[in-house]
Design a binder for this molecule. Structure first.
Ligand code: IMP
Ligand code: MG
Length: 190
């Protein structure tokens, strides 16, 4: 696996530190909103984290363990990059949304905001369920010259240049998700 890498863009220590900060910040915001609804910290409702599969699974596994609060997880599957494609083909939803989002504080989490099509779709579908609030959280935000995405993330781990990256959940043709760093592949590996 490592011989396919051109270089490491973000190492394990930087990812861990940033994900910890993001979890603490997100929990602080959500707890604030839950308590503003009047309930005491003990009886306050809970937030719902919606990881967009499959790319977000490693990020979310680390993120939620940095969030000391009541939280439920409801997965959603979206397909946008079939096979060896490196260009989003437009997102389509491949599973139901989790039930009972009405009135809840919802966090949609994904590995990367690239064209933004995936997250725009998921957010639109979540909003139809009339949640109390919706946030979009991504580990990476790719800066595409001349492109304004249809959606912005409320919390971003790292901004990266317009390069195809793998690792920490992100794949190329289904592989490299288990790499602990964020890396760029050698052209020969593509
Ligand atoms: P978008 O709809 O173009 O924003 O792309 C969203 C999905 O494409 C993400 O959830 C990723 O799974 C995938 N994706 C986008 N850029 C990359 C990349 O550089 N490496 C691996 N997957 C990517
Ligand atoms: Mg994905």
């Amino acid at each position: 696996m490592r011989r396919d890498l051109d270089r490491i863009l973000i190492d394990r220590a930087r990812i861990a530190e940033r994900v910890r900060e993001m979890g603490v910040e997100l929990a602080r915001q959500l707890e604030g909103e839950l308590q503003a609804e009047g309930a005491s910290p003990d009886e306050a409702g809970h937030a719902v984290m919606i990881p967009v599969l499959t790319g977000s699974m490693i990020f979310v596994a680390d993120l939620v363990r940095e969030m000391p609060m009541k939280l439920s997880l409801g997965l959603v599957a979206v397909s946008s990059y079939p096979g060896k494609s490196m260009q989003s083909k437009g997102a389509s939803i491949a599973s139901e949304l989790p039930p009972d989002l009405a009135g809840k504080h919802v966090v949609i989490a994904d590995d990367i905001l690239d064209t933004g099509n995936t997250l725009a779709l998921v957010k639109r579908l979540v909003l139809e369920k009339k949640p109390a609030s919706v946030r979009v959280v991504v580990l990476l935000r790719k800066i595409l010259p001349g492109h304004t995405p249809p959606i912005e993330a409320d919390l971003v781990g790292f901004e990266i240049p317009d390069e195809f990256v793998v690792g920490y959940g992100l794949d190329y043709d289904g592989l490299y998700r288990n790499l602990p760093e964020i890396a760029v592949l050698r052209p020969e590996a593509l």
